[in-house]
Design a protein around this ligand. Structure first.
Ligand code: SAM
Ligand code: SF4
Length: 337
């Protein structure tokens, strides 16, 4: 395939990476206040009229799947379960051809009620964020007393058949880092796939400090205090998590070491914010506005072309480790994690 043909059919960038995994933020709002993400008082939310409507979200996803080679659509936020039209959006996305794999990243609050309807609508997989199993720590970390709702949500997702349910954990120094082995025990007991995510400089408060973050090496040390970990020789591909076999397998645990072991060279992501901006990377400092075109009468091909151009300019890496690194102005909750 020539470069020109590849450019016309896929979201290829100038370094040869092809984005097939679309992350769509459905809202910037949230019912938790995880300290590595949002301040306790919340944030000024996007005005409703600036959010893409359900039909606009579905149209852009259709363009991504039909014209740009996207194979997986992950719905996220903010908290995507707060989006009133979520089940209808999943129903529509499940009719796209070729049928994309449909996934959701959620804090789990409300999943006990929604897991069944989401599964019936066509949701294939779910990642639930869970940083602690202790109610007091949950309240310190997320500023809400909602741990039982999260645990009920995880159970309901498994019950609905979205197995293995993945669990995402961020460890914070002197707060929950010592809980890594306990969380792994919980995951093993319930048949969940646990992945630790290194804390990234994406919080609205700009409070991230390199010397305070818990690194992949430290996470491995915590886990090894109770379990035997062996390198997993399964092909990693573009998966962000590096995985290890636990106690001889088949159970695995993963670490997404975006800061200390960056994987930008294998990135296959493209992102759409809740207000219709394409971002080529979590850490991009620029965005391409699709909402303007969408509301101004652009054709599918014009929107696809704008998306391709945005991805062609994707930076080679996030540069967190460069002295000149600048945190993007949008926080994680408004980008879509
Ligand atoms: N509200 C949903 C949730 O918490 O799963 C979806 C959005 S949240 C932004 C997506 C993921 O990003 C969560 O697993 C969360 O733990 C993670 N996250 C948020 N801020 C982060 C940060 N500063 N560094 C690393 N991961 C972060
Ligand atoms: Fe909300 Fe998710 Fe951010 Fe926590 S990480 S405050 S649940 S958006």
């Amino acid at each position: 395939m020539t470069v020109e043909t590849r450019k016309a059919l896929t979201l290829v960038d100038q370094f040869g990476r092809v984005a097939t995994d679309l992350r769509v933020s459905l809202t910037d709002r949230c019912n938790l206040r995880c300290s590595y993400c949002m301040p306790p008082e919340g944030l000024p939310w996007l005005p409703r009229q600036e959010l893409l409507t359900d039909a606009e979200v579905v149209r852009l996803c259709r363009i991504a799947v039909e014209r740009l080679g996207v194979r997986q659509v992950r719905l996220t936020g903010g908290e995507p379960l707060l989006r009133p039209g979520l089940v209808d959006i999943v129903t529509e996305l499940a009719t796209l051809s070729p049928r994309p794999e449909l996934a959701l990243t959620t804090n789990g609050i409300g999943l006990a009620r929604l897991a069944g309807p989401l599964r019936a609508a066509g949701l294939d997989r779910v990642n639930v964020s869970l940083d602690t199993l202790r109610p007091d720590r949950f309240e310190t970390l997320a500023h809400r007393r909602r741990l039982p709702d999260v645990l009920a949500g995880i159970a309901a997702a498994a019950e609905a058949g979205m197995t293995p349910v993945k669990v995402n954990t961020v460890l914070l120094r002197d707060l929950n880092e010592d809980e890594a082995p306990e969380l792994l025990d919980y995951a093993l007991e319930h048949g969940l796939e646990l992945r630790f995510i290194e804390q990234m400089p994406l919080d609205a408060q700009h409070g991230w400090r390199r010397d305070r973050m818990v690194t992949a090496d430290e996470i491995l040390a915590w886990l090894s205090s109770r379990h035997e970990l062996a390198p997993d020789d399964r092909e990693r591909g573009s998966a962000p998590a590096q995985t290890w076999l636990v106690d001889g397998g088949p159970a695995r645990v993963g670490i997404v070491a975006s800061v200390t072991r960056p994987f930008c060279g294998d990135c296959d992501r493209t992102r759409l914010t809740a207000d219709g901006q394409v971002r080529s990377c979590l850490f991009s400092r620029d965005e391409a506005d699709l909402r303007g075109g969408l509301r101004g009468g652009a054709t599918d091909e014009e929107l696809a072309a704008a998306w391709r151009t945005a991805m062609w300019g994707k930076a080679p890496g996030h540069a967190i480790n460069d002295p000149s690194f600048l945190q993007p102005s949008r926080p994680m909750s408004a980008i879509g994690g």
